[in-house]
Design a protein around this ligand. Structure first.
Ligand SMILES: Cc1cc2nc3c(=O)[nH]c(=O)nc-3n(C[C@H](O)[C@H](O)[C@H](O)COP(=O)(O)OP(=O)(O)OC[C@H]3O[C@@H](n4cnc5c(N)ncnc54)[C@H](O)[C@@H]3O)c2cc1C
Length: 356
């Protein structure tokens, strides 16, 4: 029996002022965009199934009711957060009025997808990366569908770090001001679920707060981790990968996981020549090209390759403008990006542009 038939966790909220017709349109569009199955779609109910559980919406006079069910408490929380985010973008007043039915019992707790990790050590590995080894409390949520996480790093000079907690309406309260947490995304490079052993690789770049943290952190330090989120290992047999350094740990996971008969073309465009030496696992069907940054960026290259390989999945991890360029191309050429992975892994700021 699937999780959908026997949900262990459930939460509801009213969305005051948000009509059923409006939310139904939004859910239909999301389901279409992310290829999610609609379990029913009628005048009295729409239900959509996701990797983490099921959303159901019903009309309630001038409002809508939403019920979320999931097989795991942390997944239920991820779905609640995602809905709050969507609704707040659509109608901030409605987002602020969300009151989750299970909020009272969890008020004051850490969010269910938050855990502490204890740093064991940091070593410099070839390719300009810092390899961080840590012990996590629970890695069971990190499946091939979810290989990324966020660190939650308090300011290094803060003697008494603060951590997030759940409010009495079920929202997450993050420390603010001088106690704000830096929350960059990383990829699980290696893990052992039984022991909690976790390894991730941080690309060293100028001005990076995570880089600075990793250079000075001492064994035994506890920091926060939330996740998973941000995608996983694609289940395909024909894949074209376009990446800079930030995608290399994920590419390594993909090369390790895809079957021997898969065909994988990797174009790795370096922002720094030192990254040439980052070790990628061998795969019999993979062809890996390492190239310095040039006139043609990763989006241009992916666009140039698209016409020759319409059925191949495109996987791109790069700077935000490059990811946006490829997404815009998909849109303007009438192609759906639904079966592809196009992700902004970092954004160049005025500071980083000046640094080169
Ligand atoms: C799904 C996902 C998975 C990721 N996995 C990894 C991973 O496994 N390893 C990894 O190293 N990164 C990974 N990243 C990228 C990482 O989250 C970003 O590079 C992040 O900005 C790093 O935070 P920071 O604290 O180092 O830099 P910040 O303090 O956030 O930024 C400081 C400055 O550094 C610049 N900057 C940020 N990233 C880079 C870069 N790569 N090169 C040059 N300048 C940069 C910014 O523009 C800014 O000016 C991943 C991102 C995503 C979305």
């Amino acid at each position: 029996m699937s999780k959908i038939d026997r949900p262990a966790f459930e939460a509801q909220t009213r969305l005051p002022g948000l009509s059923y017709d409006t939310i139904r349109q939004v859910i239909r569009a999301r389901a279409e965009e992310h290829d999610l199955p609609l379990l029913c779609d009628g005048d009295s109910e729409i239900r959509v199934h996701t990797t983490y559980g099921t959303y159901g919406f019903r009309p309630d006079r001038d409002a809508s009711l939403v019920q979320i069910t999931s097989g795991r408490e942390d997944w239920l929380y991820i779905l609640k957060e995602s809905l709050s985010h969507t609704v707040s973008e659509l109608a901030p007043d409605v987002g602020a009025a969300i009151r989750w039915s299970d909020a009272a019992q969890s008020a004051g707790n850490l969010p269910p997808n938050f855990q502490f990790i204890t740093i064991e050590g940091v070593t410099r590995i070839p390719g300009g990366f810092l390899r961080v080894t840590a012990t996590a409390e629970d890695l069971s949520q990190f499946t091939p569908e979810g290989i990324h996480f966020r660190l939650a790093l308090p300011p290094t000079d803060l003697v008494d770090p603060q951590w997030p907690s759940l409010s009495d309406t079920g929202l997450t309260l993050w420390p603010k001001g001088a106690a704000s947490l830096h929350r960059p995304v990383y990829t699980v490079r290696e893990m052992d679920m039984a022991s909690g052993h976790l390894v991730f690789d941080i690309f060293e770049h100028l001005g990076g707060r995570a880089t600075e943290w990793a250079r000075s952190v001492t064994p035994g330090t506890k920091v926060g981790l939330t996740g998973p989120g941000g995608g996983g290992i694609p289940e395909v047999s024909d894949l074209a990968i376009y990446t800079d350094e930030t995608g290399l740990p994920a590419v390594a996971r993909i090369l390790e996981a895809l079957p021997q008969d898969a065909r994988i073309e990797v174009l790795f465009q370096m922002t720094d020549p030192v990254s040439l030496d980052y070790a990628l696992p061998s795969h019999p069907g993979a062809r890996i090209e390492r190239r310095p940054a040039g006139d043609r960026d990763l989006a241009d290259q992916a666009i140039a390759d698209l016409d020759g390989a319409a059925d191949r999945m495109v996987w791109l991890a790069a700077e935000k403008l490059i990811a946006q360029k490829l997404r815009a191309h998909f849109k303007s050429s009438g192609r759906s990006a639904k079966d592809h992975y196009i992700a902004a892994y970092w954004s160049r700021t005025a500071d980083s542009a000046a640094e080169g």
